[in-house]
Design a protein around this ligand. Structure first.
Ligand SMILES: [Zn+2]
Ligand SMILES: [Zn+2]
Length: 154
């Protein structure tokens, strides 16, 4: 399992392999030491039971989506389509627009799910069994504030 830890101090993303994760990592940007408590289930890529960074068991699943790729497909589609429209080829123009939307849908549907820690935003990618529920706005509100108080952000 691939873990992307988030530095509590400067929000830098720190990638590590859960299988041979050390007991602590050092943030490459701000130098803060981040202790890690990787559970056996995480280490073995079985499922995410507890976050190694903050110890929280509240996690959610979301699509591993890079919004920039989706937007690029739609923008390019719209530009090409506008060109055809300009030359009076509106059928081709609509066809291209539809194709761009379809590509977006297909890409979105094929995305894998990533598990994210509500408190510290650490991400977990791997072949493990997905057990985390979908994102809940109320939960993130409560847990993020609790975590930020704990690490002294506010
Ligand atoms: Zn840092
Ligand atoms: Zn966490």
């Amino acid at each position: 399992m691939q873990i992307t830890a988030r530095c509590p101090k400067c929000d830098a993303s720190l990638s590590l392999d859960a299988a041979d994760a050390p007991s602590a990592i050092k943030c490459g940007r701000c130098g803060r030491d981040i202790p890690l408590d990787v559970t056996d289930a995480v280490r073995a890529d079985r499922h995410v039971d507890r976050c190694p960074v903050c110890g929280g068991a509240e996690l959610y699943a979301r699509k591993d989506f890079n919004p920039r790729i989706g937007v690029t497909v739609v923008v390019i589609g719209a530009l090409v389509s506008a060109t055809f429209y300009w030359f009076g080829r509106d059928l081709i123009a609509y066809g291209i627009l539809g194709a761009a939307a379809l590509i977006d849908l297909v890409v979105y549907g094929r995305l894998k799910e990533v598990t994210v820690c509500y408190r510290c935003h650490t991400e977990f990618r791997g072949a493990y069994r997905r057990t985390a529920p979908a994102f809940d706005l109320h939960t993130v509100d409560v847990l993020e504030k609790e975590y930020e108080r704990r690490i002294g952000r506010r």
